[in-house]
Ligand binder design. Structure first.
Ligand code: TYD
Length: 135
C-alpha cells in the first residue's frame, strides 16, 4: 500500500451558535463499515502510541480534542499529519506503518476500524513490515 492511498477526509461541520457538531456514518464519510471504535487519552507528555502496521485492517483517526501527530510510512516514504481539528478524519489503509506522538495535554484520539481487535492483524516489527510491504 502506498502513501497515496492515505486521505484526509473533511467531515460535515454543522456550525451553530450553541456549539458545532460533526459526524460520520458507515460507508459514507468513512469508506468502510465500522466494526470497532476505540480512543486514546491521558497520554503523558513525550509518549508514543502505535508503532505498528495492520495486515488488512483499515482505520480513520480523528483528533476529537487537542492535537497530535500521525506519522505514516509505506515502507519507502514517510509522511506526518498533524491532527488538531475534530472535523477531519485521517484515513489509513492496510499495510501502512503508523505511530502517534506529540500529544497535547488533554488530547483525545478517536479511531474507527473495519475489524474487531485481533493481535494476528498486527505487524509490530518495522523490518518485517518493510519486507512484507515490498513482497
Ligand atoms: P495497541 O494497539 O498495541 O496499542 P498501541 O499500539 O497504541 O501501543 O493496544 C494496547 C493494548 O490494548 C493491547 O494489549 C491490546 C489492547 N487492545 C484491545 O484489547 N482492544 C483494542 O481495540 C485495542 C486497540 C487494544
Amino acid at each position: 500500500m502506498s502513501l497515496q492511498q492515505i486521505k484526509l477526509i473533511q467531515l460535515p461541520k454543522i456550525l451553530d451558535d450553541r456549539g458545532n457538531l460533526s459526524f460520520f456514518e458507515n460507508e459514507r464519510q468513512i469508506p468502510f463499515k465500522i466494526e470497532r471504535v476505540y480512543w486514546i487519552y491521558d497520554v503523558p507528555g513525550g509518549e508514543i502510541r502505535g508503532s505498528h502496521a495492520y495486515k488488512s485492517l483499515q482505520e480513520v483517526i480523528v483528533a476529537l480534542s487537542g492535537s497530535f501527530d500521525v506519522v505514516l510510512n509505506d515502507g519507502i516514504q514517510e509522511k506526518k499529519f498533524t491532527l488538531n481539528r475534530s472535523y477531519y478524519g485521517l484515513y489509513v489503509p492496510k499495510m501502512i506503518w503508523r505511530y502517534l506522538d506529540n500529544f497535547s495535554t488533554n488530547s483525545l484520539a478517536l479511531i474507527v476500524a473495519d475489524q474487531s481487535y485481533k493481535e494476528e492483524e498486527y505487524i509490530r516489527d518495522f523490518e518485517e513490515f518493510k519486507k512484507l510491504s515490498q513482497s
